[in-house]
Design a protein around this ligand. Sequence first.
Ligand code: UTP
Length: 402
Amino acid sequence: MKIWEDEKQCYIRAAMERNSAEANEHLKAELEKIDWSVLEHIERRETVNERGVFAPLEAVEISEIEERREEFYSIGRKAVSEGKVGAVLLAGGQGTRLGLDKPKGTLNIGIDRELYLFEQLIRNLMDVTDDVGAYVPLYIMTSNINDQDTKDFLEEHSYFGYPKEYVKFFIQEMEPACDYQGRVYMESDTKVAMSPNGNGGWFSSMVNAGLLSDIRERGIEWINVFAVDNCLQRIADPLFIGATIAGGCESGAKVVKKAAPDERVGVLCTEDGRPSIAEYYEMTEEMATARKENGDLLYGFGVILNYVFSEKKLEEIADARMPIHVVEKKIPYTDEAGNFVKPDASNGYKFETLVLDMVHMMSDCVPYEVDRNREFAPIKNLHGIDSLDSARELMRGCGIEL
Ligand code: UTP
């Protein structure tokens, strides 16, 4: 059965009743291109995949990093200076919690001066490139929704001093969004409401965009992938890359010590012997509160969406299927009467794959501890936890003038 023949699909059918025959021919062609199997995931919601047996994973803690600083730094610095490290900025999200109608990276985080999120991230990267004396190729993932605005903004600001020839963009894929009953939303009478498909498909999107040859030609062996909204994070950090290489591992994840057993962060651990991230809602009370002999939490390190992956391994897993997460979001849509609705609260589901699920596809992963006051200031909301307010405070604590 075609999706528009399904009586349940009221938004599609209502739009079709209003459309001309010609518009409907175009719409049908578009609808036929979409893989509707994602809709089957609604019933399973967040229990996306059956989980195996979790076990703790020892982190490389700050004290060890200090002891081995020279070793890690010289290994990582060498990799960066030889051009073996690339960076991928995940900027395809919609930032719905912030309520912006432009790319999140264009947010001005300054108070008495202009300081854009993109600008701060590029500065953080340039701390490394200035130190090492070599540029790191920077790939920026956007979505159809924010691609042009992102490019225009960076162009307007001359890439904040980063050489343009080291910056490349690619667009991630989209998935349809639907209401809580699985009825696909229409953005307009001729267009399905599509949302970016999460941050997990970044490498296959890079491949689809033809960037694999660029990565290979440049000789990139390690890719540091990071979120757009953590304004304090270090990018292409030689110490982190050095620790991953020194550990003989395929991947590394920056982690922070959990502030409390019930902090809502995903914890890096193992699952059936492979590295994995247990989400806070997947942890039993016993797991979340268990402590080591020294009093530290057994599952004590949360991920901050800053990972390094072996490029070779990424190529191996590029076609692997990733678990689909069903995420509640605010989805603007055209209702059955033809009115455009911009909801104030979540009104349905988007379907996403997540970069954290890539970690489980690796044979190993180094949990690399960073000081949360110095490297973790995510901006998800305007106020409250993980907000512009809290990030500004953390930035000030790091001596950054705003
Ligand atoms: P979030 O999970 O915080 O999502 O993204 P978001 O879309 O930015 O914000 P909300 O949930 O709508 O408020 C974490 C990182 O992953 C990127 C984001 O840009 C951010 O850097 N991301 C997210 C993508 O690149 N693509 C996506 O489809 C989703």
